[in-house]
Design a protein around this ligand. Structure first.
Ligand SMILES: CC(C)(COP(=O)(O)OP(=O)(O)OC[C@H]1O[C@@H](n2cnc3c(N)ncnc32)[C@H](O)[C@@H]1OP(=O)(O)O)[C@@H](O)C(=O)NCCC(=O)NCCS
Length: 157
């Protein structure tokens, strides 16, 4: 993937993923997470079978970010399950654009409650979520397989 100059803010194109994006989603997942990465079958399920929204951020023809949102039948609560931005494209507003798009779509669909979990030491993610109006609901002990705790965050729309 081609590098871009640091410090430039991007306005990525955000779109819903399709089955043709499976391998791109998997590669991004592997680049972004060292531990607890999704297996191809999990991504396949989330993309094709689950009640979910899978969003992609594209710039210059490259997929540089993704967000997976889980929905539930008959309940207007949504859970942001995954958010990744390619390391070369971080701090340029890609995650912020994905989040704005997602919150707008969820609000239009009538969702009132958005939740997510984030590692207590993941400052980048925490700052992003706080800047979008999420608040800490509770701390989850031993949430990750490496024993790290997480915060459960909530935003009311
Ligand atoms: C967390 C992550 C998605 C942020 O993506 P990003 O595209 O770089 O974020 P943005 O550029 O949209 O940043 C939006 C805001 O988030 C916060 N933020 C993002 N990266 C940050 C960092 N490295 N340090 C501190 N705050 C940060 C800032 O408040 C930022 O606003 P600002 O740039 O105006 O200060 C990205 O770092 C990532 O993919 N990390 C690995 C995967 C991960 O941890 N996902 C979240 C799981 S809960």
């Amino acid at each position: 993937m081609r590098k871009i100059a640091r410090g430039r803010s991007l306005t990525p194109h955000i779109r819903q993923a399709t089955k043709d994006d499976l391998s791109a989603l998997l590669s991004l997942e592997k680049i972004c997470f060292k531990e607890e990465t999704f297996h191809i079958h999990q991504i396949q399920y989330l993309l094709l079978k689950a009640k979910s929204i899978v969003l992609l951020a594209e710039t210059d023809g490259n997929i540089v970010g993704s967000m997976i949102i889980l929905l539930r039948k008959h309940i207007l609560n949504a859970r942001i399950y995954s958010l990744n931005v390619h390391p070369e494209y971080r701090r340029k507003g890609v995650a912020s654009s994905l989040m704005d798009f997602a919150l707008d779509q969820l609000e239009k669909k009538g969702y009132g409650n958005i939740s997510l979990e984030t590692g207590i030491n993941n400052n980048a993610a925490r700052n992003l979520y706080f800047s979008k109006g999420f608040n800490i609901d509770r701390r989850l002990s031993n949430y990750y397989s490496n024993g790290d705790d997480a915060f459960h965050l909530i935003k009311k729309l």
